[in-house]
Design a protein around this ligand. Structure first.
Ligand SMILES: Cc1ncc(C[n+]2csc(CCOP(=O)(O)OP(=O)(O)O)c2C)c(N)n1
Ligand SMILES: CC(=O)[C@@H](O)[C@H](O)COP(=O)(O)O
Ligand SMILES: [Mg+2]
Length: 643
């Protein structure tokens, strides 16, 4: 019977022998490859923390002790050891989340998948324990990549100041974010890695010697003295110790015994202590180990034996951007690119290959990316910062106060805008067109197809005195949607065919095909509709108000939060212009969305053609003063939302 099936909670690990623990690690690796190759997910990061997570749960007593994960994408092993072994529907609707989830388990604390927050959480929890007189342990697992985020250092600055406040920081150092982790910190970790394990030597020696006190004690003192000498001699004083943090390491992150020994020492230390663990992303699965791109950081379904993707990827938004960037790079030598540790995922790999000296990976440091972009622009260049829409939240103040306030020509390209779905609540790109509404001078483009991405990216990089934003969805790019005319700077996608059309339907970005479908459904109700794509959704086009005035109702549809989104901005513009036409805005409800597929979530929140057509039908019926009965009948006659 597989050992893994006997593990229903962390305490079941205590009964296993060292040999069984190694056997369990092997079983877990096999389980991860088998399960995640079917569902997709973060295979590489989790293969790298098998032994580490086993050791953590043997040394600490979760959930009394808090075991915290930064970003949380590497918490699958933690889930397996804390009673969750059904990975059939990993990241799918109704299945387990790909990140810690309080609804799933008391062992889970941080659900936020935005990096570099774990040390802040740990600092707060440790302070709470101190105030409440609790002796629970707080253990924070942070990757070398997440350690490049500014918030990690804000927390470390606080943690290091409290020398008597116990807190265990486990640095999961696999030398990679997606690609190899960049920066001075990564170089410093490399220095610590090369100090030939004097801590490891001591840790192992101390535990063995302590078990034989008679002989061991004097011998240990000698060793300890030797260690001091050894350390001064062979290991530079680590930055962490200079900060006032006890440093233990480097520890082989795949040696359970060594890990437990180091973690036991850290547990007893009584103050803030860093355990520096050396791990390998993708360990134990050859296709991942040999993958130079990102060691299978995040994958879709693959053939387990070869690691090759099952679904062939078509043309996606990211590739369209990436290819146009290369063309722009050839045409304009002032264009440079910035990524926050996601060169490949945001589509800048080709640009980096063509222009290696004009691309900057700043680490997981979006705030720094935005401020350094202001510097680059002030220095005469035009930076393009490509980042997932949800991670731009991190750099809001820098976009506002460094880029916009100083009139810097910086282009922010937001990938994964709108509902992404399977990565859970914190990954949907649903806030950018809300938070940016209040930024003076910023211009926001929402391209509807590949041609518009190319065109609007070019329009954006032409602006040299204000921030520009180009935002598009995740995954395959939809069909080209041609304009049939223009009004002001807006594209008309469908004429109403009436002198007094009923509905002005404002289609934002990638939802254009759905908006044309809505217009078709309204047609069947005898409702005439003009469909426009503003292209640049901020500022609201000056032609919007006079165009709205020619219609009976305005409907806006956006893949962004309804709260303060494009619909709100247009409503405000109509009010400011004295245009009194009712407006109904459709978007993502301002709440956190549980993980599911994009399609499932869009249906759940009513962002589908039938749902919207049904509501607009009812709206127009009410405008006509038709009886509720008629309205209900008209509404029901719209085709039900396809499942
Ligand atoms: C603020 C933020 N920016 C970017 C990301 C995307 N991201 C997820 S995991 C990851 C790399 C993390 O590297 P590391 O912390 O070393 O963990 P590892 O995957 O190596 O275990 C990145 C950049 C994120 N989750 N949050
Ligand atoms: C954990 C994290 O933030 C990333 O790995 C993210 O999951 C990637 O998302 P995509 O799969 O959409 O690139
Ligand atoms: Mg890493």
């Amino acid at each position: 019977m597989p050992l893994l099936t006997r593990i229903t909670g962390p305490r079941d690990l205590d009964r296993l022998s060292p040999e069984e623990l190694d056997e369990l690690a092997g079983e877990i690796r096999g389980f991860l490859v088998d399960a995640v190759s079917k569902t997709g997910g973060h295979l590489g990061p989790n293969l790298g923390v098998v032994e580490l997570t086993i050791a953590l749960h043997r040394v600490f007593d979760s959930p009394k002790d808090k075991v915290l994960f930064d970003t949380g994408h590497q918490s699958y092993v933690h889930k397996l050891l804390t009673g969750r072994q059904d990975f059939e529907r990993l990241r799918a609707k109704g299945g387990i989340s790909g990140y810690p989830s309080r609804a799933e388990s008391d062992h889970d604390v941080i659900e936020n998948s935005h990096a570099s927050t774990v040390l802040g959480w740990a600092d707060g929890l440790a302070k709470a324990n101190e105030v409440r007189g609790k002796d629970d342990h707080v253990v924070a697992v942070i990757g070398d990549g997440a350690l490049t985020g500014g918030m990690a250092w804000e927390a470390l600055n606080n943690i290091a100041a409290a020398k008597d406040r116990p807190l265990v920081i486990v640095v999961n150092d696999n030398e990679r974010s997606y690609a190899p982790t960049i920066g001075g910190l990564a170089n410093h970790l490399a220095t610590l890695r090369t100090t030939d394990g004097y801590e490891r030597f001591l840790a192992r020696g101390k535990d063995i010697l302590e078990r034989t006190p008679v002989v061991g004690r004097p011998l240990y003192e000698t060793l300890h003295g030797a260690k001091k000498g050894l350390k001064d001699f062979i290991a530079p004083q680590g930055m962490f110790e200079d900060l006032g943090l006890k440093y233990v390491g480097p520890i082989d992150g795949h040696d359970i015994e060594a890990l437990e020994s180091a973690l036991q020492r850290a547990k007893r230390f009584g103050g803030p202590v860093i355990v520096h663990c050396l791990t390998e992303k993708g360990r134990g699965y050859k296709p991942a180990e040999e993958d130079e791109a990102d060691h299978f950081h995040g994958i879709g379904p693959i053939h387990p034996d070869t690691g090759l993707p099952i679904a062939a990827g078509g043309m996606d938004w990211t590739s369209v951007f990436g290819e146009e960037m290369v063309k722009l790079g050839h045409e304009r030598e002032d264009i440079v690119a910035i990524t926050a540790a996601m060169l490949q995922p945001v589509g800048l790999a080709k640009f980096a290959k063509a222009f290696p000296d004009r691309v900057y990976d700043v680490g997981i440091a979006e705030q720094h990316a935005a401020v350094s972009a202001a510097g680059l622009a002030t220095g005469g260049l035009h930076p393009v910062f490509a980042v997932y829409a949800t991670f731009l939240n991190r750099a809001f103040d820098q976009l506002l106060m460094d880029v916009a306030l100083h009139k810097c020509g910086v282009t922010f390209v937001l990938d994964r805008a709108g509902v992404t779905g399977t990565d859970g609540a914190s990954h949907n790109g649903m806030w950018d067109m809300s938070i940016l509404q209040c930024v003076p001078t910023v211009r926001i483009a929402a391209p509807r197809d590949a041609d518009q991405v190319r065109l609007q990216l070019r329009e954006a990089v032409e602006v040299d005195d204000a921030p520009t934003v180009v935002r598009y969805s995740k995954g395959a790019v939809g069909p080209a949607v041609k304009a049939v005319g223009t009004v002001g700077g807006m594209d008309v996608l469908r004429e109403a065919g009436s002198d007094r059309p009923d509905v002005l339907l404002v289609s934002v970005g990638a939802l254009a095909p759905m908006c044309l479908e809505i217009a078709g459904l309204l047609d069947k109700q005898g409702i005439t509709t003009t469909v426009v794509d503003p292209r640049w959704v901020k500022p609201v086009d000056e032609a919007m108000a006079p165009l709205a005035e020619k219609h009976r109702v305005v409907v806006t549809v956006e893949d962004n939060s309804r709260a303060g989104g494009v619909g709100s901005a247009i409503a405000q513009a109509l009010r400011d212009a004295g245009v009194d036409v009712p407006l109904r805005d459709f978007g993502i409800p301002p709440r956190f969305l549980d993980h599911a597929s994009r399609k499932e979530i869009m249906a759940e929140i009513g962002l589908t053609a039938p749902d919207i057509a049904r509501q607009v039908t009812g709206l127009v019926a009410k405008l006509d003063g038709r009886y509720e009965r008629d309205t209900a009948a008209a509404v029901e006659s719209v085709e039900p939302a396809r499942d």
